[in-house]
Design a protein around this ligand. Sequence first.
Ligand code: 13P
Ligand code: SF4
Length: 392
Amino acid sequence: MTDSLLTPAAGPASGMSAKPTTAFEFPLQDSSGEVCLRQAWASLPEPIGADEKESLLHDIRRLLRERNAVLVAHYYVDGVIQDLATETGGLVADSLEMARFGHDHTAQTLVVAGVRFMGETAKILSPEKTVLMPDLQANCSLDLGCPADAFSQFCDAHPDRTVVVYANTSAAVKARADWMVTSSCAVSIVRHLHAQGEKILFAPDRHLGRYVAEQTGADMLLWEGHCIVHDEFKAVELASLKARHPESIVLVHPEAPASVIALADRVGSTTAMINAVVENDAKSFIVATDQGILHRMRQLAPEKTLIEAPTAGTSATCKSCAHCPWMAMNGLKALRNALANSGAPHEINVPAETAEKAVNCIHRMLAFTALESGGALTNASAAGLIPHIGAA
Ligand code: 13P
Ligand code: SF4
């Protein structure tokens, strides 16, 4: 790629500049495998006072009821929104459970508090439902770093490989994939494919891809994307923190670099990390993922000590703050507006042709995980979606 080292992908959308806006760099790969850095923007919600917060919460509860809507939130969004989801009969979960819950729920409207790919997945799985998001600009560096046209050319150049994509991708990228995975099922799905003798093309998270290849022994060609939050965790600082807290269990999300994963006692998805805190007898945990997860961990295990893994500097203090700027775009005002106004600024739509192709790789994952957990397949055709499932 002959691009300069740092070129803007696009400026902040009009209307975003009134709010505090932060720029981030992310890696962008082209179809030949070359990588350059691009800039993206996140526009954070303005702070609100206690009275306004109460009034917004009141409005949102009412609108959820009136619209027969359910709120599905990721563990990384603001704790107030996580609590609202739980309290109103919705869900706070990892990306796999968000997809499954939205699909199975009877509500006509899904409100997804998370990032864009989560809303798109919900819409692809439930095209008949209205899917709203507080802010459609809430993206993900992995999604941004894997444009569909370049990815498709990359796949064309490697026709002998089964295409496996992380959930953190656009609908158009999923439309080109054979399988979708999340961090909670990536290892088991790739292990199954490897057992069938398949070679894998994996995109876009290179850290997750490398971790999965190491765990499974599979031949994996990796796209060179990374998460701007997890890529920041520092191994040297984590080792020194661990030395000062030898009694602590180190939990690491597989989007972190290999040197950080090497120090982990447990590597897993957000749900796996929460379960570890709740179920493990240890009293103290060092947590290497977005700090939004601490809210749920504190609620479920208030007696445990939680220490944030260092992202930079010489101590456990988080200098670059492990908090996804796009997850932070999910504010109460935007959530109320999504429910009150819906329509273009808040509604997720996926072109039918793209959705029809993309749904196959998602159904395969859901069918595989349902079989793996011993549950009955809800979709009668699902077994046919998983080649050689009996043999793995
Ligand atoms: P989970 O699938 O573990 O929820 O992770 C999603 C994500 O975006 C992590 O950065
Ligand atoms: Fe994407 Fe990283 Fe944010 Fe997750 S934390 S949504 S992977 S940028």
